[in-house]
Design a protein around this ligand. Structure first.
Ligand SMILES: [Zn+2]
Length: 238
């Protein structure tokens, strides 16, 4: 068998081993718990975004009202100062009094709106803090799941690493075209991309080849295509 055909068969073995190892990792109890934690974190993040948006809106409203309040207070101080100035006529003083009582009404209105908003702000901040606390707990849980996952999978991860290294070496003996065919077939046949001729029977589909077809294949290249299942087929010259 030539080097490339041997490498191709080894590549398939490596990839099947990698698939089994990855499946084992996925089957670890920590893996599904990590998925659950990730989903919870995502849900929490969107809830937090909503609450933070709400809190910011409330803060903007409060800021507006506080600015209005400050302006009315300034108006009141100005009006009071004017009343105390000497030389004001009775009419002028009366107008300033009316102005002062209007300002007092406006201030009352602003304060009336401000009260509930401050309560709302407290509530939003409380909700935000609660969500952040839940987030911290989820981060902690995620961390300990990751640690336990790492501890329980040391061996299998080492195996994956060594398979990946061997895979990289193996690829050096395979041409680009053959690798592209392999990748496509591997997807199509769930990893069982290459079969081997055993006698006149391909090893995976096991459809016995007619004598004529067999002769044609044996005379052709070592890496070819199975006429039945269309997997890649390694044919060794006899
Ligand atoms: Zn076949």
């Amino acid at each position: 068998m030539n080097e490339e055909a041997a490498a191709l068969l080894r590549l398939q073995e490596i990839d099947l081993s990698l698939m089994r190892a990855e499946a084992q990792l996925k089957a670890m109890p920590q893996a599904s718990k990590l998925v659950t934690v990730a989903q919870a974190k995502k849900k929490l993040a969107s809830e937090l975004k909503r609450i933070v948006g709400m809190r910011k809106d409330i803060e903007i409203d409060i800021d507006d009202l506080q600015q209005q309040h400050a302006r009315y207070e300034q108006d009141r101080a100005d009006a009071k100062a004017s009343i105390e100035e000497s030389g004001k006529s009775y009419k002028e003083v009366q107008a300033l009094d009316t102005r002062l009582s209007n300002i007092a009404k406006q201030l009352e209105k602003v304060e009336f709106k401000l009260g509930p908003l401050l309560d709302k702000l407290d509530q939003a901040r409380g909700a935000e803090a609660k969500l952040n606390a839940i987030g911290a707990k989820l981060d902690e849980e995620e961390g300990s799941l990751r640690d336990s996952f790492a501890a329980d999978t040391t061996q299998i991860r080492a195996e994956i690493k060594s398979l990946q290294e061997e895979r990289a070496d193996t690829l050096e003996d395979i041409t680009e075209g053959v690798l592209a065919d392999y990748s496509a077939a591997s997807k199509r046949f769930s990893g069982l991309a290459v079969e081997r001729m055993k006698g006149n029977v391909p090893s995976t589909c096991r459809v016995k080849l007619q004598e004529d077809a067999y002769r044609v294949l044996v005379r052709g290249p070592e890496i070819t295509t199975c006429p039945y299942c269309h997997r890649m087929l390694v044919v060794e010259e006899l």
